[in-house]
Design a binder for this molecule. Structure first.
Ligand SMILES: Cc1cc2nc3c(=O)[nH]c(=O)nc-3n(C[C@H](O)[C@H](O)[C@H](O)COP(=O)(O)O)c2cc1C
Length: 311
C-alpha cells in the first residue's frame, strides 16, 4: 500500500558536493567491476547514479593478466584483471562519446607506469568533457623497481602536484588500503587532491591445494566485497578524524545501511563495486534503502550525517 504519511512526503536531499561537482546523490559506481559501465546499462538506469567511475585507463592499450583472473572467497572476490584496457586514444575516440549519452557525471580512473604516463593520460582527457578523474596510485612505478606509487608519500606528493597543475576539474586520489595510508592521504591532499577514494582492494591469495597453485594465474590478487567492509570503514573513520578530508568510501557496500555506516564514519559519498556483480540493480535498491533509513531517523539532508558517528 502506498505510504501517504507526512513523513513519506518530505522531500529528501541526497545531494553531495565533491570539489567543484555537485552530485544528485552519493552513489558512485566503482572502477572496473563493470568495465566502462555500458553493460550495466541493460539492467540499471545509469542516470540514477551520483556518478560513474570508469575502469582504469592507461596511455597505451593493456591486455591484462592471463585467466583465471577471479576467484570467489567467503563474502568476497579476489581479482587480478591486470588493468586491461584499450588505452587513451580508443577511450577518447570510441568509448567516451558513448558514455556521454548516459547523462551521468563521469569520473575516469587513470593510471600509468611512471609519472609521465599519468600526465599524458590526464592531458589527453582535457579534450573530453568528462567531469573528473580518479587517480589510481596502486600501480607499480617502473622507475622505482616496481614499488607501488601509493606506498611512498613523497612520490604521491610529486605525482598529484604535477597532475593538479594541468587538471582544473575534480581530482580524486584512490588510496591503497595498505602501507603508510595516512601519510599518503595527507600528501595527496596537500598536493591539491579534491577528495580521496578510500580504498582499493586488499592484497590477497587464494590457494588450490590439489594443484598446489594459486587459484589466480597471476598469483596474488585484490580482495573486494563484504569481507573488506569493516577494514575499510575503519580507514575512513581514521582518515576523517585525522585529516577531515572529503572521502569517497569504497569497500564491500551492499545495502543502504552500509552506505550510512560509511557516511557516519566520515565519507561524503560512496562507491559500489562487487555488489553490482551479484545484483546489477543493487544501486537502485540501495538508493531506496537510504531514503527509507533517512525517514526513519528523521534526517532529511544526507550531507549533514558525514562524520557524525558518536564515539
Ligand atoms: C573485477 C574488478 C576490477 C577492478 N578494476 C579496477 C580498476 O581498473 N581500477 C581501480 O582503481 N579499481 C579497480 N577495482 C577495485 C574497485 O573499484 C573497488 O575499489 C574495490 O572492488 C572495493 O569495492 P567493492 O568491495 O565494493 O568491490 C576493481 C575491482 C574488481 C572486483
Amino acid at each position: 500500500m502506498e505510504n501517504t504519511s507526512k513523513e513519506a512526503q518530505v522531500k529528501l536531499d541526497l545531494s553531495v558536493s565533491l570539489g567543484p561537482l555537485r552530485l544528485q546523490n552519493p552513489l558512485l559506481l566503482a572502477s572496473g567491476t563493470w568495465g566502462f559501465g555500458e553493460g550495466l546499462s541493460s539492467y540499471l538506469d545509469l542516470s540514477i547514479l551520483g556518478a560513474l567511475v570508469t575502469k582504469g585507463i592507461s596511455l597505451h592499450p593493456r591486455p591484462g593478466n592471463p585467466p583465471p583472473r577471479i576467484a570467489e572467497t567467503p563474502c568476497g572476490l579476489v581479482n587480478a584483471i591486470g588493468l586491461e584496457n584499450p588505452g587513451l586514444e580508443i577511450f577518447k575516440r570510441d568509448i567516451w562519446p558513448r558514455l556521454a549519452c548516459f547523462k551521468v557525471p563521469l569520473l575516469v580512473n587513470v593510471f600509468g607506469q611512471n609519472v609521465e604516463e599519468y600526465l599524458a593520460v590526464v592531458e589527453g582527457l582535457l579534450e573530453t568533457k568528462i567531469q573528473g578523474i580518479e587517480v589510481n596510485i596502486s600501480c607499480p612505478n617502473v622507475k622505482k623497481g616496481g614499488l607501488q606509487f601509493g606506498q611512498d608519500p613523497k612520490t604521491v606528493a610529486l605525482l598529484i602536484k604535477d597532475i593538479r597543475d594541468i587538471w582544473p576539474r575534480l581530482l580524486v586520489v584512490k588510496l591503497s588500503p595498505v602501507g603508510p595510508v595516512f601519510e599518503v592521504a595527507e600528501s595527496a591532499l596537500d598536493a591539491g587532491a579534491d577528495a580521496l577514494t578510500v580504498a582499493n582492494t586488499y592484497p590477497a591469495l587464494v590457494v588450490d591445494v590439489i594443484r598446489r597453485k594459486p587459484d589466480i594465474a597471476a598469483g596474488f590478487g585484490g580482495l573486494s566485497g563484504p569481507a573488506i567492509k569493516p577494514l575499510t570503514l575503519r580507514l575512513v573513520r581514521e582518515i576523517y578524524r585525522r585529516l577531515k578530508a572529503p572521502i569517497i568510501g569504497c569497500g564491500g557496500i551492499t545495502s543502504g545501511q552500509d552506505v550510512l555506516a560509511y557516511i557516519l564514519a566520515g565519507a561524503k559519498a560512496v562507491q559500489i563495486g562487487t555488489a553490482t556483480l551479484l545484483d546489477p540493480m543493487a544501486p537502485a535498491r540501495i538508493l531506496e534503502e537510504i531514503e527509507d533509513l533517512l525517514r526513519q531517523i528523521h534526517e532529511y539532508r544526507l550531507a549533514q550525517l558525514t562524520g557524525e558517528l558518536q564515539d
